[in-house]
Design a protein. Structure first.
Length: 593
């Protein structure tokens, strides 16, 4: 909702969200930019939307409500027609025994809207205030079951039968069943929190799979005769050539679902049975999360926070595709993003938009590669540079030259762990003394599925299971386990896993956690909900610098880093499994070597 500048000023002081000096500075910035004070407060992250709405609720004595989409009966929702609900961003979420309608609104100060709604419902109405995002998310309940709608559309095409692959203009028009199928597939993917959509032609059917929390799952099989029209419709959305089916193509387009904007990165590839399409879903309204929320804790958190604030040097994020490297960099750049710092990036593609950061997209056809883009960035007086990926010796050399000339450089590298990246740079032809003098830290990471807090199960493992855990993680009973116990205590003290009891003592494992495989709801799949990172942060100590100069192997560098206190990804994962954040089988799935 739009809150007046004078009210925002009162809220900031009353709720102690900002000091008097900060409020004055925010007012001056709003006046200079000719923008509402509310927008400036949100942009500067002085408070988020929910905090402001809750403060406004206390200020006006209008009760605040956070709507739970799973607890609103359909018959209650339908008391207010969808047309009216969407026009005024209002939801009827309850009707009590006295016949009172409980109404949540984004803007309860809108007298005209309240009068109109009360003509629909009657004057026996109690009004609440909710955040805009919460209202928009709840409005999607009017849509019903997207998967059911999708199946109905597919059934119509299935009845059409035939093997015709001829694509007509009518097939791919805006209001055609194919366009409807594409819209529903994407909407269902977004509601399922999928990161990728795979549309793959097979001999008898078209397979649709979603990657949810890092795991591919088949969600539908479409009739084979829709393949041509389906791919053509996606190509039109992504402005690709619909008559070119022999070479791979890349494009992107944007859609809005539940008031949030999503960018879809489209890749087509000719395979034996036709053209395969993969779409990566990027939530453009995503806010950066803190390093702690990503899963950093303990020594790793201290090391990365120290190294990323140095005035010059290189910090590398390593791991396979889809391991969360870009998300880590997005969070780091957001933390470092201040008006007195010039941050410039060269990316392929620009996945996350960061206000105030100069982000450049590579374009190989126009000659804008990572190397040429980085050369141009160095003439733009940057303090901090982010290179999407180091793929070759030229880019690596330019990054090192930038670090040597007083810039802080962040980039990613595809290697299995942190230690492997240092010999990898040697393989690219970089001189050992340059690597030793510029690399500040290398972060190895993976993403594991997070256990659903309400359904996860604690159990006492058998002696065989305990012995197997020790073997898999290379642990020895005794001293080795005293270390694990101390690490778990430290993790618990930092809030990892909440207030659950410790899973270990000095002698070994007492309990473990596992997923309830039968638990599924709108957010959770097979007892997991979302993902969390497991990390290792290798800092470039004097001893490791000597090893780099001596062309040491990655195994030797890894052993030295562990000796100096680095926690490996596997060990980080084990602690998170003991704290109920994930399961042992998840850690082994992503980090077994």
């Amino acid at each position: 909702m739009r809150i007046s500048d004078s009210t925002i000023e009162s809220l900031l002081g009353r709720e102690q969200l900002a000091t008097a000096d900060q409020i004055t500075s925010l007012k001056e910035q709003a006046a200079r930019l000719k923008r509402p004070l509310q927008e400036v407060v949100l942009d500067e992250r002085v408070a988020d939307e929910k905090t402001l709405v809750q403060a406004f609720s206390r200020y006006t004595d209008i009760p605040f409500i956070e709507l739970d989409t799973g607890s609103i009966p359909t018959d209650v929702l339908q008391l207010l027609p969808e047309r009216v609900a969407r026009q005024y961003n209002a939801i009827v979420f309850k009707k009590d025994e006295e016949g009172v309608h409980h109404l949540a609104m984004e803007d309860p100060d809108d007298v005209q809207a309240i009068n109109f709604i009360q003509k629909e419902l009657g004057t026996n109405t109690k009004i609440y205030i909710a955040t805009k995002d919460n209202i928009l998310e709840t409005l999607e309940l009017y849509r019903g079951d997207v998967n059911k709608e999708l199946n109905e559309v597919i059934d119509i095409q299935r009845e059409d039968g035939g093997e015709s692959q001829m694509v007509t203009e009518e097939d791919i028009a805006e209001d055609s069943p194919i366009a409807q199928t594409v819209n529903l597939l994407l909407e269902y993917a977004i509601r399922s929190h999928a990161s990728d959509v795979h549309i793959e032609p097979r001999e008898e059917y078209v397979q649709v799979r979603y990657r949810i929390d890092g795991v591919l799952k088949e969600v539908n099989r479409l009739p084979r005769n829709v393949q041509g029209a389906l791919v053509s419709r996606i190509k039109i959305l992504a402005t690709l050539k619909i008559d070119e089916r022999r070479v791979p193509q890349d494009g992107r387009f944007k859609i809005k679902v539940a008031g949030r904007q999503y960018a879809l990165r489209v890749s087509t590839l000719p395979i034996a049975d036709g053209e395969k399409v993969v779409m990566r879903i990027l939530d453009e309204s995503n806010q950066a999360v803190t390093l702690e929320e990503l899963g950093y804790w303990g020594r790793a958190l201290v090391d990365i926070k120290r190294e990323m604030t140095e005035p010059n040097g290189i910090v590398l994020m390593t791991g396979p595709t889809g391991s969360g490297k870009s998300t880590s960099l997005f969070s780091i750049l957001t933390i470092l993003n201040r008006p007195d710092v010039n941050i410039s990036t060269i990316e392929d593609p620009v996945e996350y938009k960061i206000p105030g950061v100069n982000q450049t997209q590579t374009n190989s056809k126009a000659g804008m590669t990572f190397a040429s883009g980085l050369r141009a960035l160095l003439r733009q007086d940057p303090n901090i540079i982010m290179v999407g990926e180091i793929r070759d010796g030229e880019t690596a050399n330019l990054g090192i030259q930038a670090a040597l000339t007083g810039h802080m450089v962040f980039s990613t590298l595809h290697t299995n762990n942190a230690a492997t990246s240092l010999p990898r740079l040697l393989d690219m032809g970089i001189e050992p003394f340059l690597i030793a003098s510029t690399i500040r830290a290398v972060v190895g990471q993976r993403l594991v599925r997070r256990l659903h807090k309400d359904s996860r199960q604690s159990y006492v493992p058998s002696e065989e299971e305990k012995a197997e855990v020790l073997r898999l993680f290379g642990l020895q009973p005794g001293d080795s386990f005293k270390l694990i116990h101390e690490l778990e205590k430290k993790a618990a003290s930092e809030g990892l896993g909440g207030d659950i009891p410790l899973s270990t003592d000095e002698n070994g494992i007492k309990t473990l956690w596992r997923a309830n495989k039968d638990f599924n709801d709108d957010d959770a799949r097979e007892g997991y909900k979302g993902r969390v990172g497991i990390y290792e942060v290798l800092t470039n100590s004097p001893d490791i610098q000597k090893m780099i100069m001596a062309h040491a192997t990655s195994d030797d560098i890894q052993k030295q880093a562990i000796k100096e206190g680095m926690m490996t990804m596997q060990m980080d994962g084990l602690i998170k499994a003991l704290r109920g954040e994930t399961s042992i089988e998840e850690i082994l799935r992503v980090s077994r070597e």
